[in-house]
Design a protein around this ligand. Structure first.
Ligand code: AMP
Length: 384
């Protein structure tokens, strides 16, 4: 038996997982996704050994997160029978105002993290459901929570605060910042690939189904979420449309963003292929907001040395990258059209003052490394 780390990233109806061999660093063994939990589940997995698995499952095989985890574990056990899981790393979206690092999971921590569910209702309850299932499945393994908010905790007050009465800040109503695991991975990769840029004025744009840019964080529209909104709109929805909190959260979280504007889809590939003016409007608004945030971030940073794209859209859509960078010569951006179309690592020209890059993100590796670190720490203390 050899020591392995399992990573779990539980969404509302999905469970993303990774199995890593624990050496000095983590080595990927397999990654996969179980989608449509509670409906018509489908499991996809790929192994570094060439294993490819893709199958529709019976509804009972993934009726909830606990049975989904058992199904995933069944697959891993049959494909990799000698791999002993010694540590489990969990993506937990919200770590609240205090956690700036991954932490070992205890019953008390779980209770504390439940308090943040209202601040991340789309993710936190599902993340914690994954944690509970894994605690049952692996009572003896080291279990580690890795927070999307942790990366941003060193920000100064002005980055965190809304201009509400101070007591709300003290009660936790703050701008926390998300996608921290992705930013951690990408900034680590940037320091490896281009160390001179890493300490410079860098903007990272994570453009996926969820979207944010490191620094301003909450302005961008996403797949089905609206991004920044005038608070007057909320008052209108309550007063004039008689909507309660549940109806408003359904509207803002599930029916807005690219889906709401286009009326067709939250998937950028579908929108790029569509010919309707609504699809074009949705793309235009998405691009407009990214350009606005980029300009704002460059002002805050005092200029721009590098812009890094990541996430499903940032890594794959040369069209979006081209539209974001068009006419951005004023902050030193000059795109190389061919490199951009090839999704190359560096997509700016040699003469471009700011370097523009594409760095595929890997949140699972960040989680696995954190779990490995804690596991090694626990073993070291046990040996002392
Ligand atoms: P993520 O949440 O990072 O997995 O990103 C998912 C999103 O990336 C999808 O909803 C698509 O809109 C987008 N995406 C993936 N591949 C492409 C592509 N080749 N062109 C445009 N958008 C893409």
């Amino acid at each position: 038996m050899s020591a392995h780390v399992l990573t779990l990233n539980a969404g509302s109806s999905s469970l993303k997982f990774g199995l890593f061999a624990a050496r000095e660093d983590v080595l990927v063994v397999a990654t996969g996704l179980l989608e449509r939990i509670g409906e018509s589940p489908r499991l996809k997995a790929e192994g570094a050994n060439g294993m490819v698995f893709e199958r529709h499952l019976s509804p009972e095989a993934a009726a909830d997160h606990a049975s989904a985890l058992q199904t995933v574990l069944g697959l891993l056990k049959s494909e990799f029978p000698d791999d002993d899981i010694s540590a489990v790393g969990h993506r937990v979206v919200h770590g609240g105002p205090n956690y700036s690092h991954p932490v070992a999971i205890t019953r008390n921590l779980l209770t504390e993290l439940e308090r943040f569910e209202p601040f991340a209702p789309l993710h936190q309850p599902h993340n914690l459901a994954g944690v509970r299932s894994a605690l049952q499945a692996f009572p003896d393994a080291v279990q580690v929570a890795c927070f999307d908010t942790a990366f941003h905790r060193q920000h100064p007050f002005v980055n965190d605060v809304f201009a509400l009465p101070r007591e709300y800040y003290d009660r936790g109503v703050r701008r926390y910042g998300f996608h921290g695991l992705s930013y951690e991975y990408v900034s680590g990769e940037l320091s490896r690939i281009a160390p001179h840029l890493h300490s410079g004025r860098v903007v990272i744009a994570h453009l996926g189904n969820g979207a944010s840019m490191c620094g301003l964080l909450d302005g961008l529209p996403m797949g089905t979420r609206c991004g920044q909104l005038d608070p007057g709109v909320l008052l209108y929805l309550m007063d004039q449309e008689g909507m309660d909190a549940a109806a408003i959260s359904d509207l803002l979280y599930k029916r807005s963003g690219l889906l709401g504007l286009s009326g067709i889809s939250n998937d950028m590939r579908t929108l790029e292929a569509a010919t309707t003016s609504e699809a074009e409007d949705a793309i235009a608004y998405f691009v407009f907001r990214i350009r606005r945030e980029l300009g704002a971030l460059a002002a805050v940073l005092g200029g721009l040395d590098a812009l890094v794209f990541c996430g499903g859209i940032g890594e794959n859509s040369h069209l979006i990258r081209e539209r974001v960078c068009e006419g951005m010569g004023w902050i030193g951006i000059e795109l190389d059209r061919i490199h951009n179309e090839e999704n190359a690592t560096v997509i700016s020209t040699d003469l471009s003052r700011a370097r523009v890059m594409v760095i595929p993100t890997d949140e699972e590796v960040v989680i696995a490394r954190a779990a490995l670190d804690l596991m090694v720490g626990v073993e070291r203390r046990a040996a002392e």
